[in-house]
Design a protein around this ligand. Structure first.
Ligand code: UN1
Length: 504
């Protein structure tokens, strides 16, 4: 598709951020829309990454002395810039991550929303006052800035997940070094450029927001550097299992948001019209490339035929094509490797006894016409929760499982290693409450009558088991980015000891 490169140039001009693309770099920037190279960038060497961390540390030391509500002013300014440039940034997300127009804009909206939340939080980072057992004493908690936060992000939410971390970390008084996915460097450069513009305008140290470009090696430097107090990493469980022990070896902190294998239970009483709409969005939105994508549908036998018929009709009418066309609902997969993984998983599902109900193939015609990798979203009916069903394949494959009694549904639901998001579709109060109770879904997110994807930023986002246990975004996730100090102040002339100990 001619013109994508020029389009990117215009977007950077609109943002007043220099167009970073050059020839001859080792990192190729590709658009999944047409698979073509937009230009190149150059990786940071390990020494350069280390120098960025040093600059970040220096910025932190200055930034932590700025009162939190004043730090909030910077985030308000950044949110304002995001509002002004929403359309340009949304298009850049679509070009670089292949999201359809509405989801590209939604990603920018997610950044705006977290900025609003962070601005409010900047006046609410409070600790407790705790009753002490000693007369003439006061005990309290304070939350102090933590230090340099390393953010490692994935291609599928190329900027939103960074913004969750960054907006909170900055109001908390930290500085952020970001290593974005090599697949989505341009949106990272654009958003960092805007944030640094806001910092300049606010008189804040620009190096509170820095970027390191590169692959695994650049990430490893960040992970191993003891000046990085917190490593917040989003990506595969495999990546998390490598990052976590390395950070733990230096007793650093991690915040992990790893793989999901999200399921929905469809009970006999489900409102099937609503269920179909929710399932299609959750399973097919972002071409199945969300951590929260619906991958397993656990359906009661009594409604299965009806539901499958309706879902199949909905799937067959999905407009697949360029994400830059406003009518498209299914854009490309991120690259050809993702297409191969998709086809391979469908093949494995067949080998494990599955029946492909619809889709499951590369859309050759559209892929050839446009140049990217476009697939037909798949529904595969499985006789059991076999290996492939337990594996997260980052593409639009929905596995159907059948249940007869509710305990069996819950068992199937929880019988995977991942624990991010989950849903139940039911009008039965007992089932709904059971699902969100301690003996129901074991995920970090459990919904009733909405799909597992598309969370708002106000809730804590993250999951259990191999999803990594981290919580980002709303609620009290800000605490990850601060250190807690417990202070006991004695305003009496006596020195009573705790637990009644005497020492004289
Ligand atoms: C992710 O896929 O990494 O809930 C994050 C959602 C989005 C965030 C997903 N708000 O689908």
């Amino acid at each position: 598709m001619p013109g994508l490169h020029q389009h990117v140039g215009k977007i950077f001009a609109d943002l007043a951020v220099p167009d970073p693309l050059a020839d001859g770099g080792d990192l190729e920037c590709r658009s999944p829309v047409d698979g073509a190279v937009l230009g190149t960038l150059t990786s940071h060497t390990p020494d350069q990454v280390s120098a960025v961390i040093a600059r970040s540390q220096a910025a932190f030391e200055q930034w932590r002395t700025v009162p939190a509500p004043v730090r909030g002013d910077l985030i308000r300014e950044f949110g304002q810039l995001l509002r002004e440039h929403k359309s340009a940034l949304g298009t850049l997300v679509s070009i670089e991550a292949g999201k359809i127009e509405s989801e590209g804009l939604g990603e920018v909206q997610e950044m705006i929303d977290i900025c609003d939340l962070a601005v409010g939080l900047s006046r609410q980072l409070h600790g407790l006052t705790i009753a002490t057992e000693r007369p003439g004493h006061r005990m309290m908690e304070q939350w102090h800035p933590l230090g340099v936060v390393g953010v490692i992000s994935a291609f599928n939410f190329p900027v939103a997940v960074w913004s969750w971390n960054t907006a909170l970390a900055l109001v908390c008084g930290d500085a952020v070094v970001w290593k974005p996915s090599e697949k989505t460097l341009l949106t990272a450069i654009a958003c960092t450029g805007l944030l640094r513009r806001a910092a300049r305008a606010a008189g804040a140290p620009e190096d509170i927001a820095t970027l390191v470009l590169g692959g695994r090696q650049a990430g490893e430097v960040l992970v191993d550097d003891e000046r990085v107090a917190l490593v917040s990493a989003t990506g595969s469980t495999r990546m998390g299992k490598q990052v976590a022990p390395r950070v733990a070896a230096r007793l650093g902190r991690t915040l992990l948001e790893l793989g999901g294998n999200n399921a929905a239970v469809v009970a006999p009483s489900a409102d099937l019209d609503l269920t179909v709409r929710a399932v299609v969005f959750s399973a097919v939105g972002t071409a199945g490339q969300r951590c929260t994508t619906l991958r397993r549908l656990i359906v009661h036998r009594s409604v299965k035929d009806d539901l499958v018929r309706r879902l199949t009709a909905a799937y067959r009418s999905l407009p697949i094509g360029s994400p830059l066309e406003s009518s498209t609902l299914v854009g490309p997969l991120i690259d050809d490797a993702a297409g191969q993984a998709f086809t391979a998983a469908v093949g494995t599902a067949r080998a494990e006894g599955g029946t492909v109900v619809t889709g499951g193939t590369v859309h050759e015609q559209i892929s050839q016409e446009l140049g990217g990798c476009y697939v037909r979203p798949a529904i595969v009916d499985m006789p059991a929760q076999s290996t492939v069903v337990r594996t997260e394949t980052f593409g639009p494959i929905l596995y159907l499982l059948t249940y007869d009694d509710f305990d069996e549904a819950i068992r199937l639901h929880n019988e995977v290693t991942q624990g991010l998001s989950s849903s139940i579709f039911t009008l039965d109060l007992r089932e709904a409450e059971r699902f969100v109770s301690a003996t129901g879904s074991d995920c970090g997110i459990a919904n009733v009558n909405i799909g597992p994807s598309g969370a708002e930023i106000g809730g804590a986002f993250g999951g259990e088991k191999e999803t990594g246990g981290g919580r980002e975004s709303g609620s009290d996730a800000w605490r990850n980015y601060m250190r807690r100090a417990t202070n006991t102040v004695n305003y009496s002339p006596d020195l009573p000891l705790a637990q009644g100990v005497t020492f004289s």
